[in-house]
Structure formats: structure tokens, C-alpha cells
Design a protein around this ligand. Structure first.
Ligand code: PLP
Length: 396
């Protein structure tokens, strides 16, 4: 097998099907056998055989094998969404009355799942910390801590955690670690190589990359993945569909070239934004001005295209005027697709959180998050420049 991701993702073991360059979609729920003995044998190695598509399916397998290889994992399992993957991975690591440590800027639904659902159903406490110092993790470990859940960079303010140091600390204390690696992708960061137990992804972002699928992934070592497959995967049943796995195989072929372009474009946009007098600050781990730039450089080999900046205003009408003036950036949630997107966290947070809590997250009313797509960077910069100067007519 070729070892470099560009080659690996284009050269498919799946070519054996009638020489088809693109593998077929195995759109079937079950697989048949010639006789009793054959079914009996298949059941003896349930995790290797195609029996029923809630378990294994060949199209899903193709995609999982590719993901596992680029992530340096023994095995990947694909789920119907990022949240299906995350909730399954978390449930694998916890038990009633145990304790979770996570970062305060963790993805919203992940946070709600822990602090609300798990608290209510299983009496599991969650402690939120900034995650910027390893000592902070050590200070919050309790006897019943069973999981340290990381998201580095986090998708709200891009704060990082030292994955290697936290993984080491967790192992010393017999605590499982999960890292949400959606921002960096398995190309730019390898949490498993740094000692993290499980890597989780929203495949709906860069891995899918075309804004046409919702899926999730969990990757890790054989012994963890076998148990997770037999329990949280098969019993909760959040499997990906063969069609979506097939779309993902398509997406993965261009992942390296897409990420390279996202990175180049985002860097140009971030550098432009940083020079604008109407902008208070730009948050992008690839900028030398980013507070945790050195840590990012140590544990990532590249930067993706999601960043945010803060307009120098707390007047919501000015923020709206700027946002509405953007033409090239589509307006919507999510990120990681070919198209550039802009979102203002104030739109959703103001509905859910009191203003003080909003401020505590390190986000302001003037925050704009952009997903820099694959368009020409100069066109994107032109759009931002125009929205900043022409339409942004209220005094700052
Ligand atoms: C989108 C997202 C998720 C959830 O993924 P879905 O595919 O939407 O369920 C989890 N983590 C991060 C960082 C995300 O951005």
C-alpha cells in the first residue's frame, strides 16, 4: 500500500469490482450465504464479515479503511453524524457517577450532551476548564474521572490543548482521552500518534467537503474499536448509509488538495483582516499573532480554513450591516465545504445564553466566523474589503 495520503486516497483497493474505477454502492441491508455452515462461520467473526448493514457494509468499509490509514488508526467507524460518533465515543468511556473534564469552548451539542443529558441520566458531572495549561487538567482530576474530552483547535475560538501532555497525564491516571479533530482533519494533526485514545470527527465538515453529506467518525486502537463496534455502534445503531459513505470516498480523493487550498486562502484572508483598522482581532492558529501559535506549530502540520474575527463594535446593528453586506460569503451554519461561509455566533448564542455567559466564552457581539472556501482568495478579500468600507457606514 502506498503510504502518502495523496496517493493512498486516490489508489483504491476497491478496483477489483469489474475494474470499475469508482467502487459500487452496496445498497443492501443483508448478505446471503450458501448454507448453515457459512452463516455459522460468518457469525464466529462478526466484525470481519458482511452479515447485516447495521454492522458491516462493503462501501462503508472502503471509506473506513481510508480514514483509518490517514489517521494512523487501527480502525475507523463511520456514523450517521458527528454527534452520533461523539455520543457513542463518550458513552464508551463513561459509567454512571463518573466524571468528565472538558474545555469550556467545546462544540455546543457535545457540551449539552455531557452537562445535561449525561448528568440527568447517569449522574455524570462535567468540569469545564480553559485547557490551556496541563496543570489545569491535573488540578481537576477526581477519583471518578473517567474521561478527558478535548477539542483542539476548538471550533468557536480555536483554543488549543497540548495533546501529548494531556494524553500522558490521562494515562498516568487511568483516564480515557478523546479528541475532536474536525478542525485540523487527519491530514494536519494526528492525535492518536500523540497518545490520545480516540479521535472523533464531524465528517460533515472538511472530510465530506462538498456540503452534501452529514456523517461522523471515531478512530482508534483495535481493542477500543472492537468493543465500541459491538456495543455503542451496533446497539445505538447510528450507522452511516452506504450512499453517504460512497460520497465520502469521492471526497477523500481530493482532501489533500482541498486542504492545501483552504490553508492558502485562509492565510491570505487572515493576513488581510489583521491589517484592517475596523477589526479588533483575528483568531487563526496559523497567524504568528495567535496566542498559542507555538503549540499549534508543535502539534499540527497545517491549518484549515475556519477562522473568526471581532469587529471593533458591540452595536448589533453595525454587526448586522457588515454581515448583510457580504456577497461572496454565503450566510449559514456549518463549515468545511468548497463554498465560503460567514456566521455570527451572536445569532444563535443570544437565543440560548444570558449575555454574561456569552462574554465568558470569549466571544463578543462583534464576532464573525468565516469558513474560507476554495474560491479565488482575492475575490474573497475584495468582498470583505467592500463590506468593511462601503456598507459599514456607521461610525465605529
Ligand atoms: C459540526 C461539528 C460537530 C458535529 O457534527 P455533525 O456532523 O453536525 O453531527 C462536532 N464537532 C465539531 C467541532 C463540529 O464542528
Amino acid at each position: 500500500m502506498p503510504s502518502l495520503p495523496e496517493t493512498l486516497l486516490c489508489h483504491d483497493a476497491e478496483r477489483k469490482y469489474e475494474g470499475a474505477v469508482v467502487p459500487p454502492i452496496f445498497q443492501n441491508s443483508l448478505f446471503t450465504f450458501p448454507d448453515w455452515e457459512a452463516i455459522d462461520n460468518a457469525f464466529d467473526a462478526r466484525q470481519e464479515n458482511y452479515i447485516y448493514s447495521r454492522g458491516k457494509n462493503p462501501t462503508v468499509d472502503f471509506a473506513e479503511k481510508k480514514l483509518a490509514e490517514i489517521a494512523h488508526a487501527d480502525r475507523a467507524i463511520l456514523f450517521t453524524s458527528g454527534m452520533a460518533a461523539i455520543s457513542a465515543a463518550v458513552l464508551y468511556c463513561v459509567k454512571p457517577n463518573s466524571h468528565i473534564i472538558t474545555v469550556k469552548n467545546v462544540y455546543g451539542p457535545t457540551s449539552n450532551f455531557m452537562a445535561n443529558y449525561l448528568k440527568e441520566k447517569l449522574n455524570i458531572e462535567t468540569t469545564y476548564i480553559s485547557g490551556e495549561r496541563v496543570e489545569e487538567f491535573r488540578e481537576h482530576i477526581r477519583k471518578n474521572t473517567s474521561l478527558i474530552y478535548l477539542e483542539s483547535p476548538s471550533s468557536a475560538v480555536f483554543s488549543l490543548q497540548d495533546l501529548e501532555a494531556v494524553a500522558y497525564l490521562a494515562k498516568e491516571n487511568n483516564i480515557k482521552t478523546i479528541c475532536d479533530n474536525t478542525w485540523a482533519t487527519p491530514l494536519f494533526q494526528h492525535p492518536l500518534d500523540l497518545g490520545i485514545d480516540l479521535e472523533v470527527h464531524s465528517v460533515s465538515k472538511y472530510l465530506g467537503g462538498h456540503s452534501d453529506l452529514v456523517a461522523g467518525a471515531v478512530m482508534g486502537k483495535k481493542r477500543d474499536m472492537e468493543v465500541l463496534f459491538a456495543r455503542e455502534y451496533e446497539w445505538l445503531g447510528g450507522k452511516i448509509s452506504p450512499f453517504e459513505a460512497w460520497l465520502l470516498i469521492r471526497s477523500l480523493r481530493t482532501l489533500p488538495i482541498r486542504m492545501q487550498r483552504h490553508q492558502e486562502n485562509a492565510m491570505k484572508v487572515a493576513q488581510f483582516l489583521e491589517k484592517q483598522p475596523q477589526i479588533e482581532l483575528v483568531r487563526y492558529p496559523g497567524l504568528p499573532s495567535f496566542p498559542q501559535y507555538e503549540l499549534g506549530k508543535k502539534q499540527m502540520s497545517g491549518y484549515s480554513g475556519l477562522l473568526s474575527f471581532q469587529l471593533k463594535t458591540n452595536d448589533i446593528n453595525q454587526v448586522k450591516a457588515f454581515y448583510n453586506a457580504l456577497k461572496m460569503f454565503h450566510k449559514g451554519v456549518s463549515w468545511g465545504g468548497f463554498e465560503s461561509l460567514a456566521y455570527a455566533p451572536a445569532i444563535s448564542y443570544l437565543k440560548e445564553l444570558p449575555p454574561e455567559q456569552f462574554a465568558q466564552m470569549g466571544i463578543s457581539l462583534g464576532d464573525i466566523r468565516i469558513s474560507v472556501g476554495l474560491e479565488n482568495a482575492e475575490d474573497l478579500i475584495g468582498d470583505l474589503r467592500e463590506a468593511l468600507t462601503i456598507k459599514f457606514d456607521l461610525p465605529l
